[in-house]
Design a protein around this ligand. Structure first.
Ligand code: UD1
Ligand code: UDP
Length: 353
């Protein structure tokens, strides 16, 4: 059986690391990189560090407006699918690469497998929410990571082809956590001590594209009285500069880092403050309190079990959570058992004959 996997953005490379390894034991997988993320530290570093197979195709479609990016991807993916004649196409998550990968396949009647299906923020202004809903509606196999994701689909009348396999990002953490310790030298390089710093990421469009939201976030970090490590996403870097915002000395801005460095910094952080989807989950896997600078989350179970708090972008709410938010409950296995990649293979063997 031939599978085409479409990736394009940082979190998708990380998800592909455990899944491609497993798929290639049994199937012929061709990897297409749309080029949505293209800087070395947003793309190449993950293929090198995590041993992800090199892409068979790189479409080099990065930047640009949503419509242009998605449209160009559609056109090129269609050509590849027609030539390669895959039995199915596998996509991850909710980016423009996800939607283009799924839609091009669906139009050619090639079955779509959506890994990380069923997530909802119920905020349709998010480009990711649009991508998720559309992708779920044209997928044949909807592989959900959580019980809530399954419920979301059920509420929309989608029940066929839905399987809860757990979260592939948990597989990735289990696969790389031990090796990530080899990056502990970075603590010394950054002149920080374990459990004495806050790790932050910011890149969500709703936060970067709105000067007031980004200003509030940066002011909160500036005034937090904490050492803050902030690997800066290129989108955010651009807006910080356009808006002329400045960071105080307690904030150490670094370039985006590799996944192993990131896991190491997460596991040694005191708290994690983020607007990322993946980082909210990783905070949970690492047993760290997570403060989410958004108005809602699709990872609702992390909030329900008390390990994640949604604070929006109110400066004082962020500072208060940095000072006072501490989970009181024990962790539960809400993201499966870390064998999601194996379960994908088992399902494909059974269902895609
Ligand atoms: C995308 C996804 C988002 C995901 C995020 C992961 C969509 C709609 N958004 O957001 O869901 O959470 O990736 O990080 O698909 N840029 C560079 N170099 C790069 C990549 C981006 O400079 O390697 C800059 C460019 O100015 C680009 C901007 O960042 O225009 C935004 O990149 P884009 O891929 O459109 O969106 P992200 O914010 O990265
Ligand atoms: N990540 C990384 N280096 C960084 C920032 C994030 O490797 O400098 C990893 C992080 O550990 C997680 C993934 O990127 O696995 C999350 O991606 P991102 O926050 O870009 O997107 P989202 O998950 O919000 O879609």
């Amino acid at each position: 059986m031939k599978i085409i996997t479409v990736v394009g953005a940082r979190p998708q490379f990380i998800k592909a690391a455990p899944v491609s390894r497993e798929l290639r034991k049994y199937f012929d997988e061709k990897l297409v990189h749309t080029g949505q993320h293209y800087d070395d530290n947003m793309s190449k570093i993950f293929f090198e560090e995590l041993g992800i197979p090199l892409p068979d195709y790189n479409l080099k479609i990065g930047s640009g407006s949503h419509g242009k990016m998605t449209g160009e991807m559609l056109e090129k993916l269609e050509e590849i699918y027609i030539n390669e004649k895959p039995d199915c196409v596998l996509v991850y998550g909710d980016t423009n690469s996800t939607l283009a990968g799924a839609l091009a396949a669906s139009k050619l009647l090639i079955p779509v497998i959506h890994v990380e299906a069923g997530l909802r923020s119920y905020n349709k202004a998010m480009p990711e929410e649009q991508n998720r809903i559309l992708t779920d509606n044209i997928s044949k196999l909807l592989l959900v990571p959580t019980v809530d994701a399954e419920k979301n689909l059920k509420n929309e009348g989608i029940t066929e082809g839905v399987y809860n396999i757990g979260d592939v990002m948990y597989d990735a953490v289990l696969m790389f956590k031990e090796i990530s310790k080899s990056k502990e030298y970075l603590l010394e390089d950054l002149n920080i001590l374990p459990n004495k710093y806050i790790l932050t990421t910011i890149h969500r469009a709703e936060n970067t594209n709105d000067i007031n939201r980004l200003k509030n976030i940066i002011e909160a970090l500036n005034e937090s009285n904490e050492v803050v490590i902030l690997p800066l996403h290129p989108r955010t870097k651009k807006f910080v500069s356009d808006y002329g915002l400045t960071f105080n000395e307690n904030i150490k801005i670094i370039e985006p880092i590799g996944y192993l460095e990131m896991l190491m910094l997460e596991s040694n952080a005191k708290k994690i403050v983020t607007d990322s989807g993946g980082v909210q989950k990783e905070a949970y896997f690492m047993g760290k309190p997570c403060i989410t600078m958004r108005d809602e989350t699709e990872w609702v179970e992390t909030v329900e079990v008390g390990w994640n708090i949604i604070v929006g972008t109110d400066k004082y709410a962020i500072i208060d959570a940095i000072n006072n938010f501490n989970p009181k409950s024990k962790q539960e296995l809400i993201f499966g058992d870390g064998r999601a990649s194996e379960k994908i293979v088992e399902l494909l063997k059974k269902l895609m004959k």
